[in-house]
Design a protein around this ligand. Structure first.
Ligand code: HEC
Ligand code: HEC
Ligand code: HEC
Ligand code: HEC
Ligand code: HEC
Ligand code: HEC
Length: 504
């Protein structure tokens, strides 16, 4: 056989390396072609195509080089001379059969490898991969996501999205993430806001866009107080979401103001973007700028110079669009309103909120303690009810435990305490980060905190009292008498301390 390559090429290591390199290269080309023709964007598939397979390709190439170098070295030492390949004689029946088996086997092997890598490629796209590959690390995000309105939207649609630039960026940070998981270097919880999330324009706006007019959305919520009767309150309000564009004529409300005619830039002094002493609003129509500064939080000139200014987009309000960890009060209100927990059990709201928010070191301990706390409470204070309504109590315990599993993740230190939701203003400052009535411009304008700026309360009923109803809006009545403090303090000043306010 004539050799087209230097004889040092023909050694087992180099030949094996060549095989490996060719196979990986073939698969990379194969998967790249699939990717090119695939209209769905499958960014995570790149982990296989652009990280795992190239590793094999490089191993193959290194083996080739190593084999050749070693061959040269041996040759210098005079150990081998002109290594020959085995001669295959296809006229020999035995050799022919062996050759055919070998060739056939190789083809099948290649076909299976291609099929296998295609399946692996598809798997890297799945949400199960994103949510479970790092196992416990992303359990909180995955669980919250599965219970959210976006549970059918792939992780990659929001986190990676299409486009080459972000693809590479996410691959680089993806590799870092794999490293940090392997070496236990990741933060607990994974800190938000995440710095490498793509701008909302390229993610959320694939499906929702600012010009869509949402009009006013009515929300009706049921609350239970922490007293013995679990006094019920219902509240119905119209949220002025708005939106729209100048051509259709309707431009108003929360969305319009933020995204279409105005650009809002702000400076936060903490990483979580919860403390915002400086805000600028710029009209995109007239170009007029107004700067608002907080009367409460001072900011130094140094911070103004070096701070990171951020243009407000969807994520600044909808930061918990899909990974939402509910405060126990909300979860309990919801399942009590749905009838899954019997509201006639005395103090059930209060005792469950306390049991949920105690701060446990592991889920197992939490689930056990919840059971003990609730059972002991009824045994000690309401022994008759503990007997007569035992089934309802046990049922309630199961529901409370379920709430715990879906909203608290001690291993990752994740819960509503660590991930404030910026929509609303009760359990975290949210809108009141700016709309607290304390942000004033030099010409005396204030970022509004009037209760009717963002919503109108249509009706409110507390316990058996006569309901207040009016289409033009009723005055809010705080369900327990706290004087006027809800007008002067932030709602979250009290409501983040669930344990204190829910103690009967
Ligand atoms: C609807 C869009 C959307 C989808 C779908 C989505 N995420 Fe997120 N994710 C977000 C937003 C928005 C944030 C918060 C960013 C911020 O606060 O700056 C976030 C934050 C995170 C964080 C940081 C920690 C935290 O809780 O804020 C992790 C980890 C995460 N997502 C993982 C996932 C995984 C895994 C999936 C799929 C199972 C997924 N995400 C699906 C939008 C999404
Ligand atoms: C791939 C499409 C897609 C992307 C990307 C997407 N969403 Fe959604 N979003 C949906 C769907 C589908 C729903 C559910 C609609 C329904 O239930 O009526 C939804 C619902 C919502 C809702 C209403 C949820 C509720 O509580 O009722 C909000 C708010 C929202 N999305 C915000 C966002 C934000 C913010 C982002 C970017 C981080 C985003 N979405 C990205 C498809 C998407
Ligand atoms: C100033 C804060 C703010 C910004 C910025 C903002 N939203 Fe909203 N959005 C709200 C509020 C408040 C609601 C109503 C509350 C709710 O549904 O939870 C809402 C509701 C929605 C809904 C649900 C409407 C419905 O009928 O259920 C969608 C979808 C949505 N927003 C998408 C977006 C997208 C996409 C962006 C970015 C282009 C965006 N929002 C920017 C505050 C904001
Ligand atoms: C980063 C600061 C900031 C945050 C956070 C913020 N806003 Fe605003 N908001 C502003 C500024 C600034 C204006 C415009 C004031 C001006 O120049 O007229 C404004 C105006 C508005 C207006 C229009 C008021 C009017 O007079 O017409 C609505 C409605 C509104 N915001 C709703 C919300 C809601 C709802 C949230 C929370 C989901 C929110 N905003 C969060 C800064 C903020
Ligand atoms: C800057 C806009 C804004 C202002 C000002 C504002 N709110 Fe709200 N409020 C919201 C948003 C957004 C929500 C969340 C709606 C949701 O749950 O989707 C909310 C929720 C509420 C809720 C609870 C509704 C629920 O779903 O649980 C109550 C009660 C409430 N607001 C009362 C008030 C009172 C009282 C004031 C005046 C001191 C006020 N708000 C001022 C934006 C505002
Ligand atoms: C001085 C402290 C304080 C302030 C400020 C405050 N609250 Fe409350 N709030 C309470 C207490 C105490 C309760 C009773 C808790 C219970 O019975 O479960 C309560 C109960 C509630 C409830 C019903 C209970 C539930 O299910 O969460 C709502 C809704 C509520 N407050 C809304 C608000 C709003 C909106 C604001 C801001 C405008 C506000 N609160 C400001 C102390 C406060």
């Amino acid at each position: 056989m004539r050799k087209k390559l230097p004889s040092s090429f023909y050694n087992p290591t180099t030949l094996l390396g060549t095989g490996l390199a060719l196979l990986s290269f073939g698969l990379i080309v194969f998967l790249s072609i699939i990717e090119a023709f695939n209209s769905n964007n499958k960014p995570y598939a790149g982990i296989l195509t652009f990280i795992i397979l190239p590793i094999f390709l490089i191993i193959g190439l290194l083996a080739i080089a190593y084999g050749i170098l070693r061959e040269h070295h041996l040759e210098k030492l005079g150990k081998i001379r002109n290594r020959l390949l085995p001669v295959i004689d296809l006229n020999d029946v035995k050799q022919k059969r062996a050759f055919l088996i070998f060739a056939f086997g190789t083809i099948i092997l290649i076909a299976f490898t291609a099929f296998g890598s295609f399946k692996a490629y598809e798997y890297t796209e799945s949400d199960a991969f994103c949510g479970t590959i790092c196992h416990k690390v992303m359990e909180p995000e995955y669980t919250a996501y599965k219970n959210s309105p976006h549970s059918r939207v792939g992780c990659v649609m929001c986190h990676i999205g299409p486009g080459a630039g972000w693809f590479v960026k996410s691959k680089v940070s993806g590799s870092y993430q794999v490293y940090s998981v392997l070496f236990n270097k990741f933060p607990r919880p994974i800190s938000a806001p995440i710095s490498n999330l793509r701008p909302a324009k390229e993610t959320c706006e694939q499906c929702h866009w600012p010009k869509v007019f949402y009009g006013e959305k009515q929300i009706t919520d049921t609350y239970y107080l922490s007293d013995e009767n679990n006094t019920k309150m219902t509240l119905s309000m119209l949220l002025k979401i708005g939106g729209g564009n100048s051509e259709t004529g309707v431009t108003s409300g929360i969305h319009w103001h933020m995204n279409i005619s105005n650009q809002i830039t702000y400076l936060a002094t903490d990483r979580e973007r919860q403390i915002i002493p400086w805000v600028k609003s710029k009209s995109l129509i007239t170009g007029k700028e107004t700067i608002y500064r907080s009367k409460n939080v001072k900011i130094s000139n140094q911070e103004l110079k070096t701070g990171e200014y951020r243009n407000m987009d969807c994520i600044d309000c909808h930061n918990r669009a899909t990974h939402r960890y509910n405060p126990p009060s909300i979860s309990m209100n919801n399942i009590m309103a749905a009838g899954w927990v019997d509201p006639s059990l005395p103090y059930i709201k209060s005792i469950s909120v306390i049991a949920l928010d105690k701060g446990y070191s592991s889920t197992d301990i939490a689930l056990d303690s919840i059971k003990t706390i609730v059972e002991e409470f009824y045994q000690a204070n309401y022994p008759d009810i503990f007997k007569s309504k035992n089934k309802n109590i046990e049922n309630a315990i199961t529901q409370i435990q379920k709430i715990y599993s879906n909203n608290y993740f001690p291993y990752m230190n994740a819960s509503w305490h660590k991930f404030p939701d910026n929509i609303g203003h009760i359990f975290s400052p949210g809108c009141f980060r700016c709309h607290d009535g304390k942000h004033v411009s030099s010409d005396g304008r204030i970022i509004s905190n009037d209760c009717n700026t963002c919503h109108v309360i249509l009706s409110q009923q507390i316990g058996d009292q006569k309901p207040e109803v009016s289409l033009s809006g009723v005055q809010y009545i705080h369900p327990v008498n706290i004087g006027n403090s809800w007008k002067n303090m932030l709602c979250s000043d009290c409501h983040t301390r669930q344990k204190d306010i829910n103690n009967p």
